[in-house]
Design a protein around this ligand. Sequence first.
Ligand code: UT7
Length: 353
Amino acid sequence: MNQPPPTTPAAQTSAKHRPLPSVPHRGVRIAGTGMAVPERVYTNADIATLCETSDEWIYQRTGIRQRRICDPRKGESNLTLCTNALRNALEASKIPAAQLDAVIVGTITSDMKCPSTACMVGAALGAGTAQAFDVAAACCGFVYSMNLAHDLIRVGTHRTIGVVGCDSVSCFTDFTNRNVAILFGDGAGAAVLHATDDATKGVIAQINKADGTGWDNLFVPGWDQQIPDNADRQVVVPGCLHMNGKEVFKFAVGTFQNLIKETLDMGQIKVEDVDMFVCHQSNARIIQAAVDRFGIAATKVYVNIDRFGNTSAGSVPICLDELVKAGRIREGMVIMFVAFGAGLTWSSSLWQV
Ligand code: UT7
């Protein structure tokens, strides 16, 4: 039962400033997970037919063997991936779409600029009038959204939220540009978060940050005037993803490790108390650097970049779903989600599930 909100002097004097309803002892559980990837596989050998690169170079520098790429002629798109991933998560949770209070989609590759992908996913699945909106945080899209959804449930305004992380970066990849063609793949993952009376379940610590001063290291210019003056116009092209790989790599290695440390400190736990790290699959070398720095057991860090490439907002929830399906995430475990990407953005979420 909901308790009346605490009475504060402000609440007594002004109806406008009533505190949000809060539910004591409310926890949040991950009720179900799902994923969806395109059928079409692009191996490194396929990429090497489109730009000057090789299977050996790509695998050594990134850990990637292949990725999935949407085929619009077969009706595959960001929307179909999001919808299928959330449908699968709802099925796993045994919660009908009509019970969702919100659909949140972390994506920067929506099929349409308007409306949000979340509105269309909600409509496709029968979510009725559930609140729906997208979160544009690039590779952090899922972790940002998951933290937000968690807090909405914890505070008591929502009970059930479908969270999707999805990107189909192929829609703005120039496959003749080897800087980006080798790295990204398309894919979606989703989780259904649901209120529980067990207050031990949910987020122990979370960090959500951005530094917009680094935006020009990873961006898609809309038109010519948006290209920075100092950029090489042969390389930076309107409508195509541009990445300063070296700079992003440096940012990612440092940020990833600081993020893990700060999240552990915030949660007041030791690295060995974390049962599983669910990390953004940006580059296997970036993940390995964090593993080496903290001495994390290889069994506690999931890596699937070899099969899917870097799916941006899709990578963390795809890992989550594969781990859940493999029985490697079980009730009571402590899990850390970690992501970083364009913006620049970085985000973590430490859970007891
Ligand atoms: O998820 C969003 C955030 N994104 C990331 O986290 C990506 C971060 N960056 C990276 O993962 C890496 O910077 C890349 C994988 C993109 C590039 O790897 P790198 O080790 O930084 O390569 P590099 O740009 O330093 O290039 C090394 C060499 C150069 O040749 P020289 O000058 O040593 O002769 C490049 O010309 O490799 C060459 N090279 C390539 N060769 C074959 C660069 N790209 C390629 C390529 N294929 N695709």
